[in-house]
Design a protein around this ligand. Structure first.
Ligand code: GDP
Ligand code: MN
Length: 346
């Protein structure tokens, strides 16, 4: 199932040049980093690269969040490595615990059922995914900001970024930016699509037209095709997540309990929200940003590769391979619209 959607056409041209934005223009933006104390070394690596490739020129601030207090080593190293202001936040218990309506036995049975899948048996992973789906953007330390860029430990930024991606988003009214898209593991989201369709049936007024639902629907079966933006890298507008419709969607999912009974990831949740709530031209593929997380990477081709001094292998870029959904995303028309109830595509 993971590789059934082959990309028919190469999606990266040989002529990509790095974008530019107006020098000196600023966005109201912040880096958001959820991490644990023991991840300091891996996070330091990520931050060094992010600073050297981008932020030493721009000095955007950072918000670090944790479900436990950060220790002194963590705070000292984080503050020393980055050029922007830093703040450290503790996640409130309500945002990292079981809600009252969750049946803990059913949750334990759900973990057992997924014991052979990555993070299948993990409780903390589920709290993390639920937090990234429904709560991080409510943290008081983020209240003043409009755009965020999510960063994780142990990722690589492999090309210079000489323009400001936040300003780029702002100047084009972009709401969501990604570098990698993949197919989700089916068992982790067994009822996510049914739950999402119920939400759309109850709240048709929240679904945008045009939208990008076509990107997530398997047209033969009407099921979720498992496509999602890989959310360990995200540059997005916080107001998308703070919106009434996103909140209603998250609450609907949270009530259904799939964050605990299955293992719903924040990546498919953010992606299904983007598919319902955003037009194609509000979503941006940051093709020029060299980025690696574990075995998957985006590596630019063309002029960008040399002009931005990339240290990656374009041929290994996941967006050229069959397990990505990026080619299908780029093929959508800006007018793409999809009506789930009638399965009609316009
Ligand atoms: P993966 O990318 O899906 O393999 O998952 P990660 O282990 O990288 O977790 C995703 C993000 O959440 C990373 O930024 C982690 O540092 C963070 N994270 C995961 N679990 C926890 C946790 O229990 N506590 C805290 N504070 N952060 C976590
Ligand atoms: Mn990760």
């Amino acid at each position: 199932a993971m590789a059934e959607k082959a990309v028919a056409t190469p999606l990266v041209t040989s002529k990509i040049s790095p974008p530019t934005t107006t020098p000196g223009k600023r966005a109201n933006a912040v880096f958001v980093i959820l991490a644990r104390n023991h991840e300091l070394f891996g996070l330091g690596r990520s931050l060094q690269q992010l600073e050297q490739r981008f932020n030493h020129q721009f000095n955007y601030p950072y918000v670090f969040l944790n479900d436990e207090p950060f220790d002194d080593d963590f705070k000292r190293v984080a503050a020393a490595v980055v050029s922007g202001n830093v703040s450290f936040g503790l996640i409130p218990k309500e945002h990292w615990s079981y809600p009252s309506w969750i049946d803990l036995n059913k949750a334990a049975a759900g973990r057992k059922k997924l014991k052979n899948i990555i993070y299948g048996p993990s409780e903390s992973y589920r709290h993390m995914c639920r937090f990234n789906s429904g709560f991080f953007f409510h943290h008081p330390l983020l209240a003043q900001y409009e755009y965020y860029w999510r960063v994780e430990p142990d990722v690589d930024f492999t090309c210079n970024i000489d323009y400001d991606p936040f300003v780029y988003m702002q100047e084009r009214s972009l709401k969501y930016g990604f570098t990698i898209s993949l197919h989700e593991i089916p068992q982790t989201v067994a009822t996510l699509w049914k739950t999402t369709k119920d939400f759309m049936a109850q709240h048709p007024e929240y679904v945008s037209h045009p939208n990008t639902l076509e990107w997530v629907v398997d047209k033969r079966t009407g099921d979720y095709n498992l496509c999602h933006f890989w959310s360990n890298f995200e540059i997005a507008n916080l107001n998308l997540l703070r919106s009434e419709r996103y909140q209603a969607y998250f609450d609907h999912l949270d009530q259904a309990g799939g964050f605990f009974y299955e293992r719903w990831g924040d990546a498919p949740v953010h992606s299904l929200a983007a598919a319902m709530f955003l037009r194609k031209d509000e979503i941006h593929f940051f093709e020029d940003i060299g980025y690696r997380h574990s075995v998957f990477e985006n590596c630019p081709t063309g002029l960008t590769f040399n002009l931005q001094n990339c240290n990656c292998n374009s041929k290994r870029s996941v967006n050229l391979q069959t397990h990505t959904c990026t080619g299908d995303f780029l093929k959508l028309s800006p007018q793409s619209d999809f009506n789930i109830t009638t399965m009609k595509q316009h």
